[in-house]
Write a new protein. Structure first.
Length: 115
């Protein structure tokens, strides 16, 4: 069998992985074999956490809405049900932002939903 020199192809492959591993600690950013493993793990975590970020933000919005409703003596689930019943179509992101930054406008929405 003839000899194959992989010069460019192999070097480019290794450089691509080491570039992705830039900023990792110790040998994970310097040596190819551990860097390759670390990059594989990092990319899988990045994929998974792009989906988990949506879950985390939704729970943050729910917590902020619930905090805004504390002094109104109404629970979050009843508030959302009232919004749907009265056909007030504001999503949780907007409601959370109003509860956090504009409490008086949020109070008007709560009164409107209760009426």
């Amino acid at each position: 069998m003839t000899r194959v020199k992989r010069g460019n192809v192999a070097r480019q492959r290794r450089k691509k992985v080491l570039k992705l591993a830039k900023g990792f600690r110790g040998s994970l950013s310097k040596l190819f074999k551990p860097a390759k493993q670390a990059v594989l793990h990092a990319l899988s975590y990045a994929y998974k956490d792009r989906r988990n970020k949506k879950r985390d933000f939704r729970s943050l919005w729910i917590a902020r809405i619930n905090a805004g409703l504390q002094d109104k003596k109404i629970t979050y689930s009843k508030f959302i049900a009232l919004l749907k019943k009265n056909n007030i179509q504001l999503n949780r992101k907007v409601l959370a932002d109003l509860a956090h930054s504009n409490p008086e406008v949020f109070n008007e929405i709560v009164v409107k939903a209760q009426s």
